[in-house]
Design a protein around this ligand. Structure first.
Ligand code: DGJ
Length: 718
């Protein structure tokens, strides 16, 4: 998978369908190629010609550095800025040696992709001899997965401290061309909407400074050929295994080549590195697809499902749940919860989740975060008997926490007012009337571990919703000295990851779902600990189509929580048919988030049928190959996606229509990824079609008189 040719000094990283070439030129590690898989023999074509004309720009400005720094005549954006004892950040990194190793090492204190005897790793040492900075680049290539993992470690081999002011763990010079870029933009309740635009010839960046990946910009960017679409064209994409602030950027080289970078956000990051110390960057995941955006997403999905998500729940069918949040908000007691649970059990749900409001004196969102002790007023019998009653109904018991937060009105805050992120002499800005605990502090981490574990030990709890409902302001730790203050955000993430590792490994049977005001922390860092994420607080079926469509660019459906809620919808006041709410929710981990005891008999029957359908299709939905068919941001009335089972025998097509329009020619949905010569029967009918016909003639959108109509078509190979 990885080779090095000493005569040309060329590295070739060969994935299943891609090649990535680098070359050492005069000691400088340069990028040669990232694209379709090539045989080794062709490398001579890749070696660039030397320039034959004089220029005011030095050759260094044309060099496609693997790790661009401030040196000689390089003027484009830098991947590393390290301030040395003299106060400058000139860094001439030169090749020292490399190792090709079997497998993949874990990253110290950070989540990262793992290997199962199916990977090879290349480590390349680059060194600046004046400042004694050693940078070790790490590239992992997999068998059976088309994702290239990339990270770097910086070691201070000198005697004086250094300050790392900027770390971009991935940097790639793309070929010159006409490109579009695509990213996922949003806000609370409007997460991950697809935005596609022309790639500017200049500089562009997507940032989070929030101390979380955030609702606003997901840590993902695709740069693609102008004519690429869901099914065809070259796409270069990046995301990373990190949940904090980030920067994803594209600069344009002097030769008009886009330079794609991903790393820490330098506005809110700096790291003091003492002599002998090392700093580990997060890990970037790079995907190249020549099969358009679906090809890109399928590569991400498979990898995230199998080499980011871990543990008991990685491959297990995810339970169908009922959550009481939109049913009761804070106004519940044991009797009310059991009333909803009973109806859930009757229609076939498998898990009941008690959301916010069960602890302290939390009747509203202005208090008690940090006091993880059951509210005797609401639950006089405590958690254990509630769990037993749920188990007796045939339901598992799940519970909500927001462990990283503290309410100013809480016992915890009164006891430890300095445990939150803050700046002395300034207001502690509240959001949702809460502050953020300083997760970088060991005593805070230990408190959270102890508090969460003792609740989990107190009852038969098998699911946790781990929420985080605000972003960082005054994001500084009061225990760090001035020269380390800008380390606070990253130290928070390292502390959070320690807590998550500790808790999730103590309770391997518990299914953890992460949440952040809906999908404000939907990233591979969280998915490493928790294999699913609550996609959005917007449960409106119509809005959810766009949100889930965008989320699927990177993240598999098995990572997305999706629930059926009441109408008029609480976020939009929109009324959509019950079946459509179910048909949208089955595009993720299916559940209900409404008072099932108030459902009409008719809707109860529909709910029961939906649960039955999800149970029948669950393996296909959670482990099948997902393709997007019609993009709701580009079509004025339709959206569609499709699943093909791992054995390719079953096909599930979901189709959503927004409005009934008069006098319309029926539209068509063209299936994807089928075997052209295989024959597929539409379930419930005797209709049999070839894969080629379904892909090229397509299915006609049925006529309906209802707005927000939807259909689920099931095909089986005959
Ligand atoms: C935000 C989450 O996204 C909701 O689902 C719910 O759990 C609330 N927090 C509870 O405060």
């Amino acid at each position: 998978m990885i080779s090095f040719t000493p005569s040309t000094q060329v590295f070739h990283l060969q994935g299943e369908t891609y090649s990535y070439f680098m070359q050492v030129r005069n000691g400088i590690l340069t990028h040669l190629y990232w694209g379709d898989k090539l045989p080794d023999a062709d490398i001579s074509l890749l070696i660039p010609e030397t320039k034959a004309y004089a220029s005011f720009d030095s050759d260094y400005n044309r060099l496609p550095y693997e790790v661009p720094t401030q040196e000689k005549g390089y003027f484009s954006q830098r991947a590393l800025n390290i301030l040395n004892a003299q106060g400058d950040d000139v860094l001439s990194l030169r090749y020292q040696g490399h190792r090709i190793l079997p497998g993949k090492k874990a990253l110290p204190a950070l989540p990262a992709a793992y290997a199962e005897n199916d990977a090879e790793t290349l480590e390349i040492d680059l060194r600046d001899d004046l400042t004694h900075v050693l940078v070790t680049l790490s590239y992992t290539v997999y068998q059976g997965f088309d994702v290239l993992c990339r990270s770097l470690q910086i070691k201070n081999e000198g005697t004086a401290p250094l300050r790392i002011a900027n770390v971009q763990e991935a940097c790639v010079f793309l070929p010159k061309g006409e490109y579009d870029m695509l990213h996922l933009k949003g806000s609370h309740c409007r997460e991950r909407h697809v935005l596609r635009s022309a790639l500017p010839r200049g500089s562009f960046s997507l940032d989070s400074r929030r101390g979380a990946s955030g609702h606003e910009n997901n840590p993902f960017l695709a740069v693609m050929e102008r004519n690429a679409d869901e099914h065809k064209g070259q796409v270069y994409a990046m995301t990373h295994v990190y949940s904090g602030s980030f920067r994803l950027s594209v600069d344009t080289s002097i030769d008009d080549r886009p330079i794609m970078m991903l790393g820490m956000n330098p506005d809110v990051f700096s790291w003091h590195l003492e002599a002998g110390e090392s700093f580990q960057s997060p890990e970037a995941l790079l995907v190249y697809s020549a099969q358009g955006l679906n090809g890109m997403s399928q590569r991400f999905h498979k990898f995230i499902r199998k080499r980011i998500c871990r543990g008991t729940w990685r491959d297990a069918p995810r339970p169908i749940l009922v959550n009481n949040w939109e049913a009761t908000y804070f106004g519940f007691n044991e009797e009310k919860l059991l009333e909803i649970a009973r109806r859930g059990a009757e229609i076939g749900c498998e898990l009941f989740v008690m959301d916010d409001g069960w602890f302290g004196k939390r009747d509203t969102d202005n208090c008690s975060l940090g006091d993880w002790v059951v509210d005797q007023k609401k639950l006089p019998n405590g958690l254990k008997p509630l769990g037993e009653k749920l188990n007796a109904l045939g339901l598992q018991f799940g519970i909500w926490f927001e462990p990283e937060m503290v309410s100013p009105d809480s016992e915890l805050y009164r006891a430890h007012p300095d445990w939150c992120l803050h700046v002395d002499g300034r207001d502690r800005t509240q959001a949702r009337q809460q502050l953020i605990l300083d997760m970088g502090r060991r005593e805070v981490q230990d408190y959270i571990i102890q508090a969460v574990c003792s609740v989990l030990e107190s009852a038969n709890i098998t699911y946790v919703k781990w929420d985080m409902n605000r972003n960082m302001t005054e994001a500084f730790s009061c225990v760090l000295p001035a020269h380390r203050k800008l380390e606070s955000q990253h130290r928070y993430m390292l502390g959070l990851y320690r807590v998550l590792e500790e808790i999730t490994s103590r309770f391997p049977h518990v299914l953890f779902e992460s949440c952040s005001g809906g999908g404000g922390r939907f990233d591979c860092g969280m998915l490493y600990y928790m294999p699913q994420t609550w996609t959005s607080d917007d449960t409106d079926a119509y809005e959810r189509i766009g949100i889930q469509y965008g989320t699927s660019m990177v993240y598999p459906c098995s990572a997305m929580g999706a629930h059926v809620s009441v109408v008029p919808n609480h976020q939009t006041n929109r009324i959509t048919p019950f079946e459509t709410r179910c048909n949208v929710a089955l595009g993720g981990n299916f559940g209900f988030e409404l008072d099932l005891s108030k459902l009409s008999d008719e809707d109860t029957q529909k709910a029961k049928a939906a649960v039955q359908l999800v149970k029948e299709l669950r393996t296909v939905l959670q482990q099948g190959t997902f393709s997007r068919l019609i993009d709701p941001s580009r079509h004025d009335n339709l959206a569609s996606w499709q699943f093909v089972s791992e054995d390719e025998d079953q096909v599930v097509v979901c189709l959503y229509q927004r409005r009934v329009k008069p006098n319309m020619q029926p539209e068509r949905v063209y299936l994807a990824n089928l075997q052209p010569h295989a024959r597929y029967r539409l379930e419930g009918t005797e209709e049999v079609y070839s894969g080629a016909a379904l892909m090229h003639i397509g299915l006609s959108v049925p006529h309906t008189w209802r707005d927000y109509e939807s259909w689920v078509f099931r095909f089986r190979k005959v």
